[in-house]
Design a protein around this ligand. Structure first.
Ligand SMILES: [Zn+2]
Length: 197
């Protein structure tokens, strides 16, 4: 099963969030609409099933690279390349304990900033004519990883400290975690960056 997360009942999770007594103040809808993302707020779906750990990070590009327009200048392109390289090292980024013996099985990065075609590509020129600070064109970066872990019992906590250290514009990450101990919805911040599996 390649995309474990999609097969899991995320529709049930708002209930889990309520039970966890977590502040639930984001105002975008629960269906992952990209139109209403909030800068500073990332989302992470995590699922641990047997030896398979799946992580899906969805973030406004602003949090990671500091802008959301297509990179045109050399400086912008360099910034995007740095971020991409960081996202290509998920074992470091997610601080997975060596004892768990996790290796990356698949990883996939998606973003208009990585050259993935947006739905309509005509508007870029219009934006350029109009000026710079138009925020109707939000861009996200999605990173999807699947790990195979030989000793998943060693996965005691999911520690996002390196996410906050690496991408300091990230203020909080809304985590939805499914593990053998159940489902949790937790809002994680740099000050409290770890949660239990
Ligand atoms: Zn945005």
């Amino acid at each position: 099963m390649r995309r474990l997360l999609l097969a899991l009942p995320f529709a049930l999770l708002p209930l889990a969030v309520a039970h966890a007594a977590v502040e639930h103040d984001h105002d975008h809808d629960e269906h992952g609409s990209l139109s209403a993302h909030e800068h500073g707020v990332g989302r992470l779906n995590a699922a641990l099933d047997g030896q398979t750990l799946e992580l899906e990070l969805e973030s406004p590009a602003m949090n990671l690279v500091g802008f959301e327009h297509a990179a045109t200048t050399d400086a912008d392109k360099a910034k995007v390349a740095v971020v991409r390289a960081q996202l290509e090292k998920p074992l470091v980024l997610f601080n997975l304990p060596k004892a768990a013996g996790c290796v990356v099985a698949t990883q996939e990065l998606e973003s208009p900033l990585f050259g993935d075609k947006p739905d309509a590509d005509d508007h870029d020129e219009e934006d350029a004519k109009d000026g710079h600070e138009h925020h109707q064109d939000h861009s996200e970066i999605h990173a999807h990883y699947q790990f195979s872990c030989s000793a998943p019992g060693a996965l005691k906590t999911l520690d996002l400290a390196n996410i906050f250290n690496t991408f300091p514009a990230t203020q909080k990450v809304q985590v939805q975690l499914i593990s053998p101990s159940g489902q949790q919805g937790v809002e994680v911040t740099a000050k409290a960056a770890a949660l239990k599996f």
